[in-house]
Ligand binder design. Structure first.
Ligand code: FAD
Length: 386
């Protein structure tokens, strides 16, 4: 076994560290967080240094599919802010990888080069008011009228809909009882007539604001059906393919980034803050907290990188990606809360990033399949105890 990071990954991390320090300074990130703003200019600059192409094949203008490298980009961006890393995921993974796996050749030619050059942003419209973990129960309906698809229904928690060029929308194309057998995926421009978007005020994950989206007799061309003719009623297969395992890893990579930032800040603060005439970092209770955070984070990183490596090798990683998502997001929550404890009162005010880490960390065990759903997956799919 070789646990060394390759030279390429080391170079990638160094490039991103420089990018983050230059384009995403802490004061700017705090403003994006406060205003719930998406920094489109920074996103474009990220594309300019080639980061958007890591899930796009070379023939479509990308650098070729590299899951591990993509996870490193997500981790490094998330160390500073989710305002760039979440739209990055929605463009490169949710859309880029899914299009590469499921779209027609014509759709690939049209969309993938624009994913790779950072000119397209996607939102993901899956969740509905009555359909969270149980996505096969969605009610948003689509009907075909010649070369047009007409959509009616409502999506909840559709993050980034306002800033997107297309909403990747899961629709039902037949009776509800058939559940996953009659679902399809349609690209809906948020500017289409009949689309209404309203912000939902959430605790964290600012930047790609999460929204309610309603569709009232929204019409899009049949060409927007992912996979073309064969994509009709094939949406479930597209959703739960290998892309689903990578989706779990994307959230896990965010968790690693946020947890690293929280641990770094807590460590520094422990050796700046004095109480009773001594640095608080010289008290054993604080040292034990730091040691425990570091240990948990180390284990989480290894779990995530191993699952990403499996995905990169096109090997089955259904169980490993669920374990990585479960473990990394719960560790992130633990580390963010411990960081806040070390900061004391300063961990509860906006002057420092510690409170934002908590707000963002609390979301991660919920999205991309909750911790309970990951435990279900692990138990169902793992066929042995060792
Ligand atoms: C800020 C934010 C951004 C989001 N962005 C998006 C987005 O861009 N696109 C999108 O489509 N969705 C998005 N979501 C929605 C998110 O993916 C869902 O919240 C998530 O899938 C869980 O659904 P739910 O909240 O309705 O919970 P529910 O499914 O109602 O679950 C409630 C509780 O029951 C548990 N539970 C449910 N079923 C089971 C079971 N079978 N076994 C054990 N326990 C179970 C869950 O673990 C949870 O604890 C976002 C949510 C938030 C908060």
């Amino acid at each position: 076994m070789n646990f060394d990071e390759s030279e390429i990954i080391g170079h990638l991390r160094a490039t991103l560290e420089r990018f983050v320090e230059k384009e995403m300074p802490r004061n700017l990130v705090a403003q994006w967080d406060k205003a719930n703003n998406f920094p489109r200019d920074v996103f474009k600059k990220l594309a300019d240094i080639g980061m958007m192409g890591l899930t796009v094949p070379e023939e479509h203008g990308g650098a070729g599919r590299d899951i591990l490298a993509t996870m490193i980009v997500i981790e490094e961006l998330s160390r500073r802010s989710l305002a760039v890393s979440v739209p990055y995921i929605m463009a490169t993974c949710y859309a880029g990888m899914n299009l590469d796996e499921c779209a027609t050749e014509e759709q690939k030619r049209e969309f993938l080069p624009r994913v790779a050059d950072g000119s397209l942003i996607f939102a993901y419209g899956l969740t509905e008011p009555d359909a969270g973990a149980d996505l096969a129960s969605i009610k948003t309906r689509a009907e075909r009228h010649g070369d047009v698809i007409r959509i009616n229904g409502a999506k909840r928690f559709c993050s980034g809909a306002e800033i997107s060029d297309y909403i990747y929308t899961l629709v039902r194309t037949g009776p509800e009882e058939a559940r996953h057998k009659n679902l399809s995926i349609v690209l809906v421009p948020p500017t289409a007539a009949g689309v209404t978007i309203e912000r939902i005020d959430s605790l964290g994950m600012k930047g790609a604001a999460t929204t309610d989206v309603t569709f009232e007799d929204v019409e899009v061309p049949l060409a927007n059906l992912i996979g073309g003719e064969v994509g009709w009623n094939a949406g479930w297969r597209m959703l739960v393919g290998p892309g689903l395992d990578v989706e779990k890893l994307e959230v896990a990579a965010i968790a690693i980034g946020v947890a690293r930032a929280a641990l770094d800040d807590a460590w520094s603060y422990a050796f700046e803050r004095r109480q009773f005439g001594k640095l608080i970092g010289t008290y054993q209770s604080i040292q034990h907290k730091l040691a425990e955070m570091k240990t948990q984070l180390h284990a989480a990183r290894l779990t995530v990188y191993q699952a990403a490596w499996l995905a990169n090798e096109h090997r089955d990683c259904g169980v490993e990606s669920s374990m990585a998502k479960l473990f990394a997001t719960e560790v992130c929550k633990f580390v963010a809360l411990e960081c806040q404890t070390i900061f004391g009162a300063y961990g509860y005010v906006k002057e420092f990033d510690a409170e934002r880490y908590v707000r963002d960390a609390l979301l991660l065990p919920i999205i991309g399949g909750s911790s309970a759903i990951q435990r279900n997956n692990i138990f169902k799919r793992a066929n042995t105890y060792a």
